[in-house]
Design a protein around this ligand. Sequence first.
Ligand code: MN
Length: 419
Amino acid sequence: MRFIHAADLHIDSPLRGLDRYDGAPVARLRTATRSAFERLVDRALAERVDFVLFAGDIYDCDWQDFHTGLFFREQLVRLGRAGIRVFIVQGNHDAQGVISKQLVLPQHVTVFSSRTAQTIRLDDLSVAIHGRSFPERAVDEDLVPSYPPPVPGFFNIGLLHTSLTGRAGHDTYAPTDSPTLINKGYDYWALGHVHAREVIAERPRIVFPGNLQGRHAKETGAKGCELVTVEAGGIESEFLALDVVRWSQVAVPLDGLHRLDALGEAFRRALDPVLAGAGDRLHAVRVTLTGSTELHRLEAAQPGTLAAAMYGAAQDIGEAEIWIEQVRLELTTPLDRGRAAERQDAVGELVRLVDSIAGDEAELLQLAQDELGDLLGSVPQEVAVGDVPRLDDPVELRSLLMDAEATVLARLTDSGADR
Ligand SMILES: [Mn+2]
């Protein structure tokens, strides 16, 4: 017996703010959640699974129109034609109270009720599937006590949307804990809600498969579903990567690199682990340049130089398609600060000032608030996300201060880096 367990498809999730990226592959990013789901159906057919489980959040929110629901239904029909049954619990994003439009699903699809937990017996496979949907977005109670006891002699599966004891970045819904799940006596808990894949326990097997397709730079790494084979009571599980766009965050250390033409190689090295075995998809990469380099001075004299160098380096990579989502700078200029601070000129004065601010966290935070608070407060919300320094983060503020110092030093000394 084989089945697929997936969750958090978030089909047609709106990707906000793409317009501000020059040259973003907008169409491919927008259709990625759909394409990943089509790949899931392809694999289900190829692996000839007996059924497919969806542990909630198939949709991101109420549909704009019927296209979203009809797309999902069309893919379910493909499964039905191959005799593959489908079982669904609704989560916080696609709770009955969230999706206002109605669409009748095909016969081979079961959506669990939100009023009580139910058990569906598949007698031909000796499998019992227990589940309960979310009636509304917010479910505060532990749903597990309402789940029926296991069916003796059957392979028992619990289908549940939950945050468990809480997970960073995820709202708390239908909270429960692993002892409660284990004590239920089921063989497999097919969980959903948490977007990072996590195997909670082996026996019984308790798994968050993660979402099917990453949607932004914080949902990094391979995304997909679980392919589970049950034979003679043993469970074999395999993760299937189905994402068509893979998000990554890559740090490129530039310490000791002082020439622009060395950047391509440094980028390539940093990217190697990301591309290993995963070249056949679009890679969306957030790049952070770190370290102490003369190139910081060049950037200060001609802002945008380093980002352009990264875009150029991405163009040179032949075996995979790379889109650089953003280039962040966490750089310092190599400078003998001790000696510079002793100078009795503008350079010395600047370095002493910067050192004193950087060394005093309270002053740093105060300065940021005084100088930047009003300015940042007036930036529109959609611009502000991700791009604007956080005024309460000393690390980010120090980096900003070093950028400012490099800019002033470049003006004072008028010596660009080696080009
Ligand atoms: Mn959820």
